[in-house]
Design a protein around this ligand. Sequence first.
Ligand code: TMP
Length: 202
Amino acid sequence: MNRGLLIVFEGIDGSGKSTQCRMLADLLNKKGIANISLAEPTRGKWGMKIRQLLAKGRNGISANEELEWFMNDRREDVKQNIEPALKAGKVVLMDRYYFSTAAYQGALGFDPEKIRVDNERFAPIPDRVLIFHNSPEKSLERIESSREEKSAFEKRDYLIEVQTIFKSFTGPNIRYVSSDSSLEKVYEQVLCEVQDLFEVKL
Ligand code: TMP
């Protein structure tokens, strides 16, 4: 059976990854390539609990529980959305996946490598992971211009630590994309980093 493709967009808040993910989805639609866009945290029961946490702050739950919620949300996403779409031969575009857990919960003190390994026991390994990076100042500027209040996940020192962990990932499927330049330039780089996965010219 044809397995689809799994392409993941990762990076700190305000790194511009979600916009680039949407731009690639639009292009695939134009080219008639079957695709689905997913995002974590999801809109499922665990994802909604996490969203409340993001809005209200981390008070009241332990770091262990926080990690567990993200893992539960992913288990559900893998079963209900990711695996069926891959089995159907679709290109799955994900705005965040387990590299976010390794980086964000890793920055709380958990071992990022262990988080990655634990996830890879049940979550399909992506064909490509694009890790967007830019200066935390630029991210904070973007966050401040688009949101009324920063969440507990969007504080400067924490984001710097998260970004340091993101930058430590290595592997044949991992590519780094600098998002400090213009939208068009970043998009060009995105296409360049995924082109080899497709038979048609993007
Ligand atoms: P979003 O703004 O891209 O929707 O992501 C919501 C927040 O959730 C973001 O600050 C990163 C955080 N997050 C984690 O801490 N761990 C995870 O595993 C995921 C998927 C997201």
